[in-house]
Design a protein around this ligand. Structure first.
Ligand code: FES
Length: 153
């Protein structure tokens, strides 16, 4: 499906005339589409008169950007030291098996994306999993299984 090019151009225009606006433009695009589509890269490159390769360089350098659509729900499994010690690795492996994807991937139905994160900042609740904007502490495989069922209902 093609994107609305005029909408993309509007976004770029909002930032025009200012220096160092590439990242804010890409962030804005990602906030709208959930990722930065290839077509958007072409439009931004043309509007800013910079090479698409340079934009790809920025997108792949910063971990905050996604080049593919993400799932409806984002599952982040903490792999920081405290969570790792408390079973975070087993939870991540369980989720990879259960959903038949690897971390960094999205289920075929587009329902879940699975991500590994370094520390969610609440180590006292280890192991921690975040689904969308909610934190789930003292997780176990059983707790995660119940959560997945709830999300699927
Ligand atoms: S190590 Fe997992 S929240 Fe800090």
């Amino acid at each position: 499906m093609g994107l609305d090019v005029s909408k993309l151009k509007e976004i770029v225009v909002q930032y025009s005339g200012k220096k160092g606006m590439l990242i804010p433009i890409l962030q804005k695009i990602q906030s709208i589409y959930g990722y930065v589509p290839a077509q958007a890269i072409d439009v931004v490159a043309e509007e800013l008169s910079i090479s698409p390769v340079r934009i790809y360089g920025v997108l792949t350098f910063y971990k905050q950007f996604y080049l593919k659509p993400r799932g409806k729900h984002i599952i982040k499994v903490c792999q920081g030291t405290a969570c790792h010690v408390m079973g975070g690795k087993e939870i991540l492996e369980y989720l990879e098996d259960k959903m038949s994807i690897r971390e960094g991937q999205t289920t075929e139905d587009g329902f879940f994306s699975l991500e590994r994160v370094a520390c969610l900042g609440c180590c006292g609740m280890a192991p921690v999993v975040m689904i969308d904007d909610n934190f789930y502490g003292r997780c176990s495989v059983q707790k995660i299984e119940d959560l997945l069922k709830r999300f699927r209902q």
